[in-house]
Design a protein around this ligand. Structure first.
Ligand code: UDP
Ligand code: MG
Length: 316
């Protein structure tokens, strides 16, 4: 039998988008003569997404559904899908059709040619506002600068071989950052360029808050550079303090008037801000340690529908 491709897609309040996605994906994969299973992870949708997934699973045994017990976020949802995938290679893709399923056969080809990780990098950033675009760019640049992982124009749309997936699943951390960890593991890599589509309906399911958390989690789980930055700025301030302090003292000893109310205010503001930011940075790392130590499961499964065993090879 030919290789089995697992396609993992997180679903959060996608409504009729579920059928649209399943149809499109099935079309592309059967068209390419691939044997596949589709693992749809319902990440605590409040609409009828889960019912739709169940229906799709009953109609097509290749469609499997996993329902998380509440909204855990995209990262845990992807992880749930990865842990349940049984294929020889697994493709992670958004269920909103912003990642073009049509690119999957090309990714599979790269995998057959020997790549273990095939990343889709984006040619454009459709469906993102100006702030999102700039924010995304800045974050990727900052992340790439602070770590050894290159995120520039990266997406979550990627294929992992079974070996790479098993390596990824061995990472023990609880708050995962798929885009980062799937690069961190190494393995022979390849990239393909894709055009990101506009969302068919509604806006991004991310809120500013959840994106901010993703960014902070991503950074704190990969590098302690911000901590070193705090130390560094602290040292720079110390040097500054010595110079300014000496100057003030000398003036005072020489009987000069010690004016400079604005200076005092400015110093207070700058110092205060920096001290609080520094505390915040330390706090973020502390929170991560706390989370890891608590060791709670990263997601909980409420229900599953399994079309398994996977249907025989499609007739091409
Ligand atoms: N998603 C999820 N849980 C969430 C938010 C989003 O599983 O809490 C899914 C969503 O259904 C979609 C993918 O993650 O398949 C990407 O979400 P979205 O399109 O909202 O983000 P963007 O395209 O802006 O990155
Ligand atoms: Mg999207």
């Amino acid at each position: 039998m030919s290789a089995l491709i697992s396609v993992v897609a997180p679903v959060h309040n996608e409504g009729p988008g579920v059928e649209r996605f399943v149809r499109r994906l099935t079309e592309v994969l059967t068209g390419a003569g691939l044997r596949f299973e589709l693992v749809l992870v319902d990440d605590g949708s409040r609409d009828d997404s889960w019912d739709r997934i169940v229906r799709q699973s009953l109609l097509d045994r290749r469609v499997r559904g996993i329902q998380l017990s509440r909204n855990f976020g995209k990262e845990p949802a992807v992880l749930a899908g990865l842990e349940h995938a049984t294929g020889d290679a697994v493709v992670v893709i958004d269920s909103d059709l912003q990642h073009p399923p049509a690119a999957i056969p090309a990714m599979v080809r790269r995998w057959r040619e020997g790549a273990h990780v095939v990343e889709a990098v984006k040619r454009n950033r459709a469906g993102q506002g100006l702030v999102g675009r700039i924010g995304g760019r800045l974050f990727n640049k900052a992340f790439t600068a602070m770590t050894t992982v290159d995120l520039v124009d990266a997406t979550d749309f990627r294929l992992l071989s079974r070996a790479a997936l098993d390596a990824l699943l061995r990472l023990p951390e609880h708050s995962s950052f798929f885009r980062g960890t799937s690069s961190w593991i190494g393995f022979r890599r390849s990239t393909i360029e894709v055009d990101i589509d506009h969302r068919a309906d509604g806006g991004s399911r991310w809120t500013f808050r959840s994106l901010f958390r993703l960014a902070v989690n991503g950074i704190t789980s990969f590098t302690s550079a911000p901590l070193h930055l705090v130390t560094f700025v602290g040292l720079a301030f110390a040097a500054f303090a010595v110079v300014l302090g000496a100057q003030t003292l000398i003036r005072w000893v020489n009987g000069g008037s010690v004016a400079g109310f604005p200076t005092v205010i400015l110093l207070l503001l700058v110092m205060g801000t920096f001290v609080l930011l520094g505390l915040g940075v330390i706090g973020e790392y502390l929170a991560r340690i706390h989370e890891e130590v608590r060791g709670r499961p990263r997601y909980l499964v409420q229900e599953r529908v399994d079309g398994l065993p996977v249907a025989p090879e499609p007739v091409a």
